[in-house]
Design a protein around this ligand. Structure first.
Ligand code: ME8
Length: 501
Protein backbone atom coordinates (compact mmCIF):
# COMPACT_ATOMS: atom_id res chain seq x y z
CA UNK A 1 0.00 0.00 0.00
CA UNK A 2 1.28 3.44 -0.88
CA UNK A 3 2.54 5.58 1.97
CA UNK A 4 0.18 8.43 2.90
CA UNK A 5 1.02 12.10 3.32
CA UNK A 6 -1.37 14.61 4.85
CA UNK A 7 -0.36 18.28 4.58
CA UNK A 8 -2.34 21.31 5.71
CA UNK A 9 -2.14 25.11 5.60
CA UNK A 10 -3.82 27.30 8.21
CA UNK A 11 -7.38 28.16 7.31
CA UNK A 12 -7.23 31.87 6.59
CA UNK A 13 -9.51 34.52 8.02
CA UNK A 14 -11.95 35.90 5.49
CA UNK A 15 -12.02 39.39 6.96
CA UNK A 16 -9.90 40.54 4.02
CA UNK A 17 -8.61 39.33 0.66
CA UNK A 18 -5.47 37.15 0.51
CA UNK A 19 -1.97 38.68 0.47
CA UNK A 20 1.44 37.21 -0.34
CA UNK A 21 1.88 35.84 3.19
CA UNK A 22 -1.11 33.55 2.61
CA UNK A 23 0.16 32.73 -0.87
CA UNK A 24 3.59 31.83 0.50
CA UNK A 25 2.32 29.19 2.95
CA UNK A 26 -0.10 27.76 0.40
CA UNK A 27 2.49 27.52 -2.37
CA UNK A 28 4.90 25.82 0.04
CA UNK A 29 2.22 23.30 1.00
CA UNK A 30 1.52 22.72 -2.68
CA UNK A 31 5.21 22.02 -3.34
CA UNK A 32 5.24 19.39 -0.58
CA UNK A 33 1.97 17.86 -1.81
CA UNK A 34 3.23 17.66 -5.40
CA UNK A 35 6.60 16.27 -4.35
CA UNK A 36 5.00 13.51 -2.27
CA UNK A 37 2.58 12.63 -5.10
CA UNK A 38 5.53 12.48 -7.48
CA UNK A 39 7.23 10.16 -5.00
CA UNK A 40 4.25 7.80 -5.38
CA UNK A 41 2.55 8.55 -2.07
CA UNK A 42 -1.14 8.98 -1.49
CA UNK A 43 -1.54 12.64 -0.61
CA UNK A 44 -4.28 14.65 1.02
CA UNK A 45 -3.65 18.38 0.83
CA UNK A 46 -6.03 20.64 2.74
CA UNK A 47 -6.51 24.38 2.79
CA UNK A 48 -9.54 26.56 3.48
CA UNK A 49 -11.05 29.56 5.21
CA UNK A 50 -11.78 30.41 8.84
CA UNK A 51 -15.12 32.19 8.79
CA UNK A 52 -16.52 32.62 12.30
CA UNK A 53 -15.75 34.91 15.22
CA UNK A 54 -15.95 38.53 16.23
CA UNK A 55 -13.35 39.77 13.73
CA UNK A 56 -15.21 38.44 10.68
CA UNK A 57 -18.59 39.58 12.07
CA UNK A 58 -17.26 43.12 12.60
CA UNK A 59 -15.74 43.28 9.12
CA UNK A 60 -19.03 42.07 7.60
CA UNK A 61 -20.94 44.76 9.44
CA UNK A 62 -18.50 47.44 8.30
CA UNK A 63 -19.03 46.23 4.72
CA UNK A 64 -22.82 46.32 5.16
CA UNK A 65 -23.18 42.63 4.42
CA UNK A 66 -24.56 39.68 6.34
CA UNK A 67 -21.72 37.59 7.79
CA UNK A 68 -22.54 34.70 5.44
CA UNK A 69 -22.58 36.90 2.30
CA UNK A 70 -19.34 38.47 3.38
CA UNK A 71 -17.73 35.06 3.99
CA UNK A 72 -18.96 33.71 0.64
CA UNK A 73 -17.39 36.63 -1.21
CA UNK A 74 -14.05 36.57 0.55
CA UNK A 75 -13.69 32.81 0.68
CA UNK A 76 -14.17 32.84 -3.11
CA UNK A 77 -11.24 35.27 -3.43
CA UNK A 78 -8.96 32.73 -1.77
CA UNK A 79 -10.26 29.92 -3.97
CA UNK A 80 -9.78 32.01 -7.11
CA UNK A 81 -6.23 32.89 -6.15
CA UNK A 82 -5.40 29.23 -5.50
CA UNK A 83 -6.78 28.39 -8.96
CA UNK A 84 -4.59 31.03 -10.55
CA UNK A 85 -1.54 29.71 -8.71
CA UNK A 86 -2.28 26.08 -9.69
CA UNK A 87 -2.61 24.97 -6.09
CA UNK A 88 -3.46 21.27 -6.12
CA UNK A 89 -5.41 21.06 -2.86
CA UNK A 90 -7.59 17.96 -2.50
CA UNK A 91 -10.15 19.80 -0.37
CA UNK A 92 -11.05 23.36 0.53
CA UNK A 93 -12.74 23.57 3.90
CA UNK A 94 -15.01 26.42 4.94
CA UNK A 95 -15.87 26.51 8.63
CA UNK A 96 -19.42 27.60 7.80
CA UNK A 97 -20.03 24.27 6.02
CA UNK A 98 -22.43 21.87 7.70
CA UNK A 99 -19.98 18.94 7.76
CA UNK A 100 -17.50 21.06 9.74
CA UNK A 101 -20.21 22.07 12.20
CA UNK A 102 -21.25 18.44 12.69
CA UNK A 103 -17.65 17.31 13.18
CA UNK A 104 -17.08 20.07 15.74
CA UNK A 105 -20.17 19.00 17.70
CA UNK A 106 -18.90 15.39 17.74
CA UNK A 107 -15.43 16.44 18.91
CA UNK A 108 -16.71 18.78 21.64
CA UNK A 109 -19.09 16.12 22.94
CA UNK A 110 -16.16 13.78 23.14
CA UNK A 111 -14.12 16.29 25.16
CA UNK A 112 -17.09 16.79 27.48
CA UNK A 113 -17.58 13.04 27.97
CA UNK A 114 -13.86 12.70 28.71
CA UNK A 115 -14.30 15.20 31.57
CA UNK A 116 -12.00 17.75 29.93
CA UNK A 117 -14.52 20.62 29.98
CA UNK A 118 -15.93 22.57 32.92
CA UNK A 119 -17.95 25.75 33.45
CA UNK A 120 -16.43 28.91 34.86
CA UNK A 121 -16.59 32.66 35.04
CA UNK A 122 -14.16 34.63 32.94
CA UNK A 123 -12.94 38.17 33.00
CA UNK A 124 -10.23 39.37 30.70
CA UNK A 125 -9.04 41.73 28.00
CA UNK A 126 -9.94 40.54 24.53
CA UNK A 127 -8.30 41.64 21.27
CA UNK A 128 -10.58 40.91 18.31
CA UNK A 129 -7.64 41.32 15.90
CA UNK A 130 -5.90 38.37 17.59
CA UNK A 131 -9.20 36.65 18.41
CA UNK A 132 -7.55 35.99 21.75
CA UNK A 133 -7.28 37.23 25.32
CA UNK A 134 -4.31 39.43 26.05
CA UNK A 135 -2.69 40.22 29.40
CA UNK A 136 -2.08 43.69 30.89
CA UNK A 137 1.65 43.03 30.59
CA UNK A 138 1.42 42.54 26.83
CA UNK A 139 -0.25 45.93 26.22
CA UNK A 140 1.76 48.82 24.83
CA UNK A 141 0.22 52.20 25.73
CA UNK A 142 -2.96 50.35 26.63
CA UNK A 143 -3.17 48.80 23.15
CA UNK A 144 -2.51 45.39 21.59
CA UNK A 145 0.95 45.75 20.00
CA UNK A 146 -0.02 43.63 16.99
CA UNK A 147 -3.21 45.45 16.14
CA UNK A 148 -2.67 48.88 17.67
CA UNK A 149 -6.14 48.70 19.20
CA UNK A 150 -7.33 48.83 22.80
CA UNK A 151 -8.74 45.46 23.88
CA UNK A 152 -12.30 45.04 25.20
CA UNK A 153 -12.98 44.04 28.79
CA UNK A 154 -15.01 40.84 28.71
CA UNK A 155 -16.71 39.27 31.70
CA UNK A 156 -18.90 36.27 31.05
CA UNK A 157 -19.73 32.68 31.86
CA UNK A 158 -17.64 30.36 29.68
CA UNK A 159 -16.79 26.73 29.32
CA UNK A 160 -13.15 25.90 29.88
CA UNK A 161 -10.79 23.23 28.61
CA UNK A 162 -8.57 21.59 31.24
CA UNK A 163 -5.37 22.45 29.38
CA UNK A 164 -3.17 22.08 32.46
CA UNK A 165 -4.08 18.40 32.82
CA UNK A 166 -2.59 17.63 29.39
CA UNK A 167 0.55 19.79 29.43
CA UNK A 168 2.86 17.15 30.95
CA UNK A 169 1.90 14.73 28.17
CA UNK A 170 2.39 17.41 25.49
CA UNK A 171 5.87 18.07 26.91
CA UNK A 172 6.63 14.36 26.81
CA UNK A 173 5.63 14.15 23.14
CA UNK A 174 7.83 17.14 22.34
CA UNK A 175 10.78 15.66 24.21
CA UNK A 176 10.46 12.28 22.54
CA UNK A 177 10.10 13.83 19.08
CA UNK A 178 6.74 12.16 18.50
CA UNK A 179 5.49 15.70 18.04
CA UNK A 180 8.14 17.65 16.13
CA UNK A 181 8.18 21.43 16.02
CA UNK A 182 10.32 22.77 13.22
CA UNK A 183 12.58 24.65 12.75
CA UNK A 184 14.29 23.85 16.07
CA UNK A 185 14.21 27.51 17.18
CA UNK A 186 10.41 27.17 17.28
CA UNK A 187 10.71 24.00 19.33
CA UNK A 188 12.69 26.01 21.89
CA UNK A 189 10.08 28.76 21.82
CA UNK A 190 7.31 26.26 22.60
CA UNK A 191 9.32 24.76 25.46
CA UNK A 192 9.73 28.30 26.80
CA UNK A 193 5.96 28.81 26.74
CA UNK A 194 5.47 25.56 28.63
CA UNK A 195 8.04 26.60 31.24
CA UNK A 196 6.23 29.91 31.82
CA UNK A 197 3.08 27.91 32.55
CA UNK A 198 -0.26 28.15 30.79
CA UNK A 199 -3.77 28.37 32.19
CA UNK A 200 -6.85 26.45 31.15
CA UNK A 201 -8.52 28.31 28.31
CA UNK A 202 -12.13 29.13 27.59
CA UNK A 203 -13.61 27.31 24.63
CA UNK A 204 -16.83 29.30 24.25
CA UNK A 205 -18.12 32.84 23.96
CA UNK A 206 -21.39 34.20 25.28
CA UNK A 207 -21.21 37.64 23.69
CA UNK A 208 -20.24 36.51 20.18
CA UNK A 209 -23.12 35.42 17.95
CA UNK A 210 -21.36 34.45 14.71
CA UNK A 211 -20.14 30.95 15.45
CA UNK A 212 -21.02 27.32 16.03
CA UNK A 213 -23.31 26.74 19.02
CA UNK A 214 -21.92 24.43 21.70
CA UNK A 215 -23.62 21.05 21.35
CA UNK A 216 -24.27 20.96 25.11
CA UNK A 217 -25.28 24.63 25.58
CA UNK A 218 -26.45 26.53 22.54
CA UNK A 219 -26.54 29.88 24.34
CA UNK A 220 -22.79 29.94 23.77
CA UNK A 221 -20.80 29.69 20.55
CA UNK A 222 -17.54 27.78 20.23
CA UNK A 223 -14.44 29.95 20.51
CA UNK A 224 -13.29 30.52 16.93
CA UNK A 225 -9.78 29.11 17.48
CA UNK A 226 -11.13 25.95 19.07
CA UNK A 227 -13.34 25.12 16.12
CA UNK A 228 -10.79 26.36 13.55
CA UNK A 229 -8.16 23.86 14.72
CA UNK A 230 -10.67 21.09 14.31
CA UNK A 231 -10.86 21.77 10.57
CA UNK A 232 -7.87 19.44 10.19
CA UNK A 233 -10.03 16.52 11.27
CA UNK A 234 -13.50 17.58 10.18
CA UNK A 235 -12.19 17.91 6.60
CA UNK A 236 -11.42 14.18 6.78
CA UNK A 237 -15.00 13.48 7.84
CA UNK A 238 -14.28 13.15 11.57
CA UNK A 239 -17.41 12.18 13.45
CA UNK A 240 -19.21 11.16 10.26
CA UNK A 241 -17.31 9.07 7.72
CA UNK A 242 -14.46 7.12 9.24
CA UNK A 243 -12.71 5.93 6.10
CA UNK A 244 -10.77 9.06 5.15
CA UNK A 245 -10.05 9.94 8.74
CA UNK A 246 -8.66 6.46 9.43
CA UNK A 247 -6.50 6.66 6.33
CA UNK A 248 -4.99 10.14 6.66
CA UNK A 249 -4.99 11.15 10.33
CA UNK A 250 -2.61 12.11 11.97
CA UNK A 251 -1.39 14.99 9.79
CA UNK A 252 2.15 14.52 8.55
CA UNK A 253 2.69 18.26 8.61
CA UNK A 254 0.72 21.33 9.64
CA UNK A 255 2.31 24.31 7.87
CA UNK A 256 1.93 27.90 9.11
CA UNK A 257 3.90 30.99 10.08
CA UNK A 258 5.28 31.60 13.53
CA UNK A 259 2.32 33.78 14.60
CA UNK A 260 0.05 30.85 15.39
CA UNK A 261 2.49 28.30 16.76
CA UNK A 262 1.10 28.31 20.33
CA UNK A 263 -2.36 27.27 19.19
CA UNK A 264 -0.97 24.47 17.03
CA UNK A 265 1.87 23.19 19.16
CA UNK A 266 0.18 23.28 22.56
CA UNK A 267 -3.60 23.79 22.49
CA UNK A 268 -4.30 21.49 19.55
CA UNK A 269 -2.23 18.49 20.72
CA UNK A 270 -3.74 18.86 24.20
CA UNK A 271 -7.29 18.79 22.81
CA UNK A 272 -6.46 15.78 20.65
CA UNK A 273 -5.00 13.93 23.65
CA UNK A 274 -8.15 14.68 25.64
CA UNK A 275 -10.26 13.25 22.82
CA UNK A 276 -8.04 10.16 22.64
CA UNK A 277 -6.76 10.96 19.15
CA UNK A 278 -3.25 10.95 17.74
CA UNK A 279 -1.32 14.21 17.55
CA UNK A 280 0.16 15.59 14.29
CA UNK A 281 3.67 14.46 13.42
CA UNK A 282 5.22 17.78 12.44
CA UNK A 283 4.33 21.40 13.01
CA UNK A 284 6.39 23.61 10.76
CA UNK A 285 6.33 27.37 11.32
CA UNK A 286 8.01 29.42 8.63
CA UNK A 287 9.06 33.02 9.12
CA UNK A 288 7.28 36.27 8.48
CA UNK A 289 7.57 38.39 5.36
CA UNK A 290 8.35 42.02 5.75
CA UNK A 291 8.23 44.27 2.71
CA UNK A 292 11.13 46.65 2.10
CA UNK A 293 12.05 46.27 5.77
CA UNK A 294 8.59 46.99 7.14
CA UNK A 295 5.74 44.91 8.50
CA UNK A 296 3.19 44.35 5.76
CA UNK A 297 0.12 46.35 6.69
CA UNK A 298 -2.83 48.06 5.07
CA UNK A 299 -2.14 51.34 6.85
CA UNK A 300 1.43 51.45 5.50
CA UNK A 301 0.04 50.67 2.06
CA UNK A 302 2.79 48.11 1.38
CA UNK A 303 0.69 44.95 1.13
CA UNK A 304 1.78 43.05 -1.98
CA UNK A 305 -1.26 41.85 -3.88
CA UNK A 306 -0.60 38.36 -5.27
CA UNK A 307 -2.97 38.94 -8.20
CA UNK A 308 -1.00 41.99 -9.35
CA UNK A 309 2.22 40.01 -9.07
CA UNK A 310 0.77 37.19 -11.17
CA UNK A 311 -0.42 39.70 -13.79
CA UNK A 312 3.12 41.03 -14.05
CA UNK A 313 5.24 37.89 -13.79
CA UNK A 314 2.96 34.89 -14.36
CA UNK A 315 1.89 32.31 -11.78
CA UNK A 316 4.86 30.00 -12.31
CA UNK A 317 7.38 32.75 -11.69
CA UNK A 318 5.47 33.97 -8.63
CA UNK A 319 5.61 30.46 -7.14
CA UNK A 320 9.35 30.26 -7.76
CA UNK A 321 10.20 33.79 -6.68
CA UNK A 322 8.27 33.67 -3.41
CA UNK A 323 9.86 30.38 -2.39
CA UNK A 324 13.40 31.33 -3.26
CA UNK A 325 13.50 34.63 -1.37
CA UNK A 326 14.95 33.26 1.85
CA UNK A 327 15.43 29.98 3.75
CA UNK A 328 12.13 28.28 4.44
CA UNK A 329 11.66 28.76 8.16
CA UNK A 330 13.52 32.06 8.52
CA UNK A 331 12.07 35.57 8.49
CA UNK A 332 12.78 37.49 5.36
CA UNK A 333 12.43 40.82 3.72
CA UNK A 334 10.88 41.01 0.29
CA UNK A 335 11.92 43.78 -2.05
CA UNK A 336 9.28 44.04 -4.71
CA UNK A 337 11.80 45.72 -7.02
CA UNK A 338 13.98 42.59 -6.91
CA UNK A 339 11.36 40.31 -8.40
CA UNK A 340 11.97 41.37 -12.01
CA UNK A 341 15.75 41.23 -11.57
CA UNK A 342 15.58 37.73 -10.12
CA UNK A 343 13.06 36.65 -12.77
CA UNK A 344 15.52 37.65 -15.48
CA UNK A 345 18.57 36.10 -13.83
CA UNK A 346 17.10 32.82 -12.56
CA UNK A 347 14.29 32.13 -14.97
CA UNK A 348 14.85 33.97 -18.27
CA UNK A 349 18.67 33.61 -18.33
CA UNK A 350 18.77 30.49 -16.16
CA UNK A 351 16.34 27.63 -16.64
CA UNK A 352 14.53 29.17 -19.63
CA UNK A 353 17.72 29.82 -21.57
CA UNK A 354 19.19 26.35 -20.88
CA UNK A 355 16.03 24.59 -22.05
CA UNK A 356 15.77 26.60 -25.26
CA UNK A 357 19.49 26.24 -26.05
CA UNK A 358 19.50 22.46 -25.65
CA UNK A 359 16.29 21.92 -27.60
CA UNK A 360 17.46 24.27 -30.37
CA UNK A 361 20.74 22.33 -30.71
CA UNK A 362 18.94 18.98 -30.79
CA UNK A 363 16.68 20.39 -33.50
CA UNK A 364 19.45 21.97 -35.56
CA UNK A 365 22.13 19.27 -35.37
CA UNK A 366 20.06 16.08 -35.06
CA UNK A 367 16.70 17.04 -36.59
CA UNK A 368 15.05 16.67 -33.17
CA UNK A 369 15.77 12.95 -32.89
CA UNK A 370 17.08 11.68 -29.54
CA UNK A 371 20.46 9.94 -30.08
CA UNK A 372 21.52 6.64 -28.48
CA UNK A 373 21.82 6.59 -24.73
CA UNK A 374 25.00 7.76 -23.04
CA UNK A 375 25.72 7.52 -19.32
CA UNK A 376 28.25 10.24 -18.67
CA UNK A 377 26.11 11.96 -16.01
CA UNK A 378 24.49 8.93 -14.41
CA UNK A 379 26.50 9.21 -11.17
CA UNK A 380 26.28 12.99 -10.87
CA UNK A 381 22.56 12.77 -11.41
CA UNK A 382 22.08 10.19 -8.65
CA UNK A 383 24.00 12.48 -6.28
CA UNK A 384 21.86 15.47 -7.23
CA UNK A 385 18.67 13.50 -6.66
CA UNK A 386 19.94 12.44 -3.23
CA UNK A 387 20.47 16.07 -2.25
CA UNK A 388 17.07 17.03 -3.64
CA UNK A 389 15.25 14.24 -1.79
CA UNK A 390 17.02 15.10 1.47
CA UNK A 391 16.06 18.76 1.14
CA UNK A 392 12.41 17.91 0.47
CA UNK A 393 12.27 15.35 3.29
CA UNK A 394 13.53 18.05 5.68
CA UNK A 395 10.98 20.56 4.24
CA UNK A 396 13.88 22.74 3.07
CA UNK A 397 12.24 23.93 -0.10
CA UNK A 398 14.77 26.70 -0.69
CA UNK A 399 17.54 24.06 -0.59
CA UNK A 400 15.70 21.99 -3.19
CA UNK A 401 15.62 25.14 -5.35
CA UNK A 402 19.38 25.51 -4.84
CA UNK A 403 19.96 21.92 -5.97
CA UNK A 404 18.01 22.62 -9.16
CA UNK A 405 20.02 25.77 -9.79
CA UNK A 406 23.24 23.87 -9.24
CA UNK A 407 22.18 21.30 -11.81
CA UNK A 408 21.28 23.99 -14.33
CA UNK A 409 24.67 25.69 -13.86
CA UNK A 410 26.39 22.32 -14.25
CA UNK A 411 24.59 21.78 -17.57
CA UNK A 412 25.47 25.29 -18.80
CA UNK A 413 29.12 24.54 -17.97
CA UNK A 414 28.95 21.23 -19.85
CA UNK A 415 27.73 23.03 -22.97
CA UNK A 416 30.57 25.56 -22.73
CA UNK A 417 33.15 22.80 -22.27
CA UNK A 418 31.97 20.60 -25.15
CA UNK A 419 30.79 23.25 -27.61
CA UNK A 420 28.30 21.14 -29.58
CA UNK A 421 28.33 23.71 -32.43
CA UNK A 422 32.05 22.95 -32.93
CA UNK A 423 31.54 19.18 -32.59
CA UNK A 424 28.91 19.42 -35.33
CA UNK A 425 31.78 20.33 -37.68
CA UNK A 426 34.25 17.71 -36.47
CA UNK A 427 32.88 14.78 -34.48
CA UNK A 428 29.34 13.51 -34.95
CA UNK A 429 29.71 10.62 -32.47
CA UNK A 430 30.78 12.92 -29.69
CA UNK A 431 28.08 15.41 -30.66
CA UNK A 432 25.39 12.71 -30.31
CA UNK A 433 26.66 11.77 -26.85
CA UNK A 434 26.76 15.35 -25.65
CA UNK A 435 23.25 16.06 -26.92
CA UNK A 436 21.88 12.87 -25.34
CA UNK A 437 23.35 13.82 -21.98
CA UNK A 438 21.91 17.30 -22.19
CA UNK A 439 18.43 16.15 -23.21
CA UNK A 440 18.32 13.55 -20.47
CA UNK A 441 19.66 16.12 -18.01
CA UNK A 442 16.75 18.38 -18.96
CA UNK A 443 14.28 15.59 -18.26
CA UNK A 444 15.65 15.33 -14.72
CA UNK A 445 15.71 19.10 -14.32
CA UNK A 446 12.03 19.26 -15.30
CA UNK A 447 11.10 16.53 -12.80
CA UNK A 448 12.87 18.37 -9.99
CA UNK A 449 11.15 21.58 -11.04
CA UNK A 450 7.71 19.96 -11.10
CA UNK A 451 6.67 20.57 -7.45
CA UNK A 452 7.74 24.21 -7.69
CA UNK A 453 6.71 25.12 -11.25
CA UNK A 454 4.36 22.36 -12.41
CA UNK A 455 3.26 23.92 -15.71
CA UNK A 456 6.82 24.75 -16.76
CA UNK A 457 7.95 21.24 -15.89
CA UNK A 458 5.18 19.73 -17.94
CA UNK A 459 6.03 21.95 -20.93
CA UNK A 460 9.66 20.82 -20.81
CA UNK A 461 8.69 17.17 -20.48
CA UNK A 462 6.27 17.44 -23.40
CA UNK A 463 9.02 19.03 -25.54
CA UNK A 464 11.08 15.96 -24.65
CA UNK A 465 8.31 13.67 -25.90
CA UNK A 466 7.34 12.59 -22.37
CA UNK A 467 3.57 12.82 -22.55
CA UNK A 468 2.58 10.13 -20.05
CA UNK A 469 5.26 10.72 -17.44
CA UNK A 470 2.65 11.27 -14.72
CA UNK A 471 1.81 7.56 -14.89
CA UNK A 472 5.17 6.71 -13.24
CA UNK A 473 6.68 7.84 -9.98
CA UNK A 474 10.07 9.03 -8.82
CA UNK A 475 11.87 5.73 -8.22
CA UNK A 476 11.43 5.01 -11.96
CA UNK A 477 11.46 8.53 -13.31
CA UNK A 478 14.68 9.51 -11.57
CA UNK A 479 16.69 6.67 -13.05
CA UNK A 480 19.21 7.73 -15.69
CA UNK A 481 18.26 6.81 -19.25
CA UNK A 482 14.51 7.42 -19.20
CA UNK A 483 14.75 9.29 -22.49
CA UNK A 484 14.72 6.63 -25.22
CA UNK A 485 16.76 6.75 -28.43
CA UNK A 486 14.68 7.97 -31.36
CA UNK A 487 12.22 10.02 -29.27
CA UNK A 488 11.24 13.15 -31.15
CA UNK A 489 12.03 16.34 -29.25
CA UNK A 490 10.71 19.73 -30.25
CA UNK A 491 11.61 23.34 -29.64
CA UNK A 492 8.81 25.02 -27.68
CA UNK A 493 8.08 28.68 -27.19
CA UNK A 494 10.35 30.59 -24.73
CA UNK A 495 9.44 29.56 -21.17
CA UNK A 496 10.34 32.86 -19.54
CA UNK A 497 10.62 35.76 -21.97
CA UNK A 498 12.95 38.45 -20.59
CA UNK A 499 11.20 41.31 -18.84
CA UNK A 500 12.50 44.81 -19.50
CA UNK A 501 12.38 47.04 -16.46
O1 ME8 B 1 -4.31 33.04 11.85
N1 ME8 B 1 4.46 36.32 6.24
O2 ME8 B 1 -5.53 33.23 9.91
P1 ME8 B 1 -4.74 34.38 9.13
C1 ME8 B 1 4.30 35.01 6.06
N2 ME8 B 1 -7.46 31.81 10.91
N3 ME8 B 1 3.12 34.36 6.23
C2 ME8 B 1 2.06 35.07 6.58
C3 ME8 B 1 2.14 36.46 6.77
C4 ME8 B 1 3.41 37.09 6.58
N4 ME8 B 1 3.59 38.40 6.73
N5 ME8 B 1 0.92 36.89 7.12
C5 ME8 B 1 0.09 35.80 7.14
C6 ME8 B 1 -5.26 32.75 11.15
N6 ME8 B 1 0.77 34.71 6.79
C7 ME8 B 1 -6.25 31.70 11.62
C8 ME8 B 1 -5.62 30.33 11.42
S1 ME8 B 1 -5.66 27.66 11.55
C9 ME8 B 1 -6.52 26.51 12.37
C10 ME8 B 1 -6.46 29.16 11.90
C11 ME8 B 1 0.19 33.34 6.67
O3 ME8 B 1 -5.59 34.74 7.96
C12 ME8 B 1 0.86 32.37 7.62
O4 ME8 B 1 0.61 31.07 7.19
O5 ME8 B 1 -4.32 35.45 10.05
C13 ME8 B 1 0.11 32.63 8.91
O6 ME8 B 1 0.28 31.61 9.87
C14 ME8 B 1 -1.31 32.70 8.37
O7 ME8 B 1 -1.16 33.37 7.09
C15 ME8 B 1 -2.28 33.45 9.26
O8 ME8 B 1 -3.47 33.62 8.55
Amino acid sequence: MAKKFYVTTPIYYVNDKPHIGHAYTTIAADVLARYHRLAGEEVFFLTGTDEHGAKVAESAEAANKTPQEFCDENSAKFQMLWDRLDISNDAFIRTTSSYHQQGVAAFLNRLKEAGAIYEGEYQGLYCTGCENFITEKELVDGKCPNHDKAPQVIKEKNYFFKLKDYLPKVKELLDSGELKILPTSRHQEVLGLLRQGLDDFSISRQSVKWGIGLPFDNRQVTYVWVEALQNYITALGYGQIDEKFAKFWPADIHLMAKDIIKFHAIFWPAMLLAAGLEVPKVIFAHGFFTVDGQKMSKSLGNVIDPDALIDELGAEAVRYLLLSQFPFGADGDVKASNFVIQYNSDLANGVGNLVSRVLAMADKFLAGKTPDQDKEFADEMAGIWRQYREAMAAFQIDKAVEVIKKWQIFCDGYIERHKPWALAQTNNNQLAKVIYNLLEALRHLALMLYPIMPITADKILISLGQTDWQASSLPDLSRWGGLKAGTKVVKGEALFPRLEK
